[in-house]
Design a protein around this ligand. Structure first.
Ligand SMILES: [Zn+2]
Length: 206
């Protein structure tokens, strides 16, 4: 796909994710693969419901801007590491929803495990509710290079991983196409809300 059409996909993803309340207050960042060695990412600090064609920039897969004057998002490395280690990945989405934030803060362990939800089939490669979707939770860190080093071993050891949470911060998920990543964001948000509602009804902590 051309840079123009990938930029348009990112703009439309931003409108959708902001509209759902999952990318408030200029938070979040989105990307698409431009080539085997380049990605197209949202620039830092823009309102995600109002992105324009100039609000994306090309980077190499080490996270360096290829467009002088444009500043990559602080979390660029968390996108580019996925393009580096997963050749099949064509889009990465990162959001800051209320449910991802609250559930990751309430969970004391280092992962969430979803079982017996029909919607698990929305994740690429999952064909039955009789499966386990494991979502690791990494502690938040303003040092993104250090955080990326903690994420990498999990990605290496779990080729079927569909996404991960950063505690008190948000969700990362990805897919072969932007539509796959968007479907997985919706599925994760559905599962997070189910867990939180169940906890509220049962008056329990995860
Ligand atoms: Zn973030």
């Amino acid at each position: 796909m051309s840079r123009e059409s990938l930029a348009q996909e990112i703009i439309e993803a931003g409108r959708f994710l902001y509209g759902r309340g999952w990318s408030p207050a200029t938070s979040s960042n989105y990307s698409a693969r431009l080539s085997a060695s380049e990605a197209l990412l949202t620039v830092s600090g823009k309102h995600k419901g109002q992105l324009g064609v100039d609000d994306v920039l090309a980077t190499d897969l080490a996270g360096n801007s290829l467009e002088p004057g444009k500043k990559p998002s602080a979390e660029t490395l968390l996108h580019t590491q996925l393009y580096r280690c997963r050749p099949e990945v064509g889009a990465v989405l990162h959001t800051h929803s209320v449910n991802a934030t609250v559930l990751s803060r309430l969970t004391e362990g280092d992962r969430l495990v979803f079982e017996d939800y029909e919607l698990q089939k929305a994740f690429s490669g999952v064909v039955t509710h009789e499966s386990r979707v494991v979502v690791p939770i990494f502690d938040n860190d303003q040092d993104i290079a250090r955080l990326a080093l903690k994420v990498q071993p999990w990605l290496d050891q779990h080729p079927d991983c569909a996404g991960y949470l950063i505690r008190g911060h948000g969700l990362y998920t990805w897919g072969a196409k932007m539509s796959d990543a968007l479907r997985q964001i919706e599925a994760f948000e559905f599962l997070f809300e189910c867990e939180l509602k169940t906890m509220a009804v049962m008056n329990r902590q995860p």
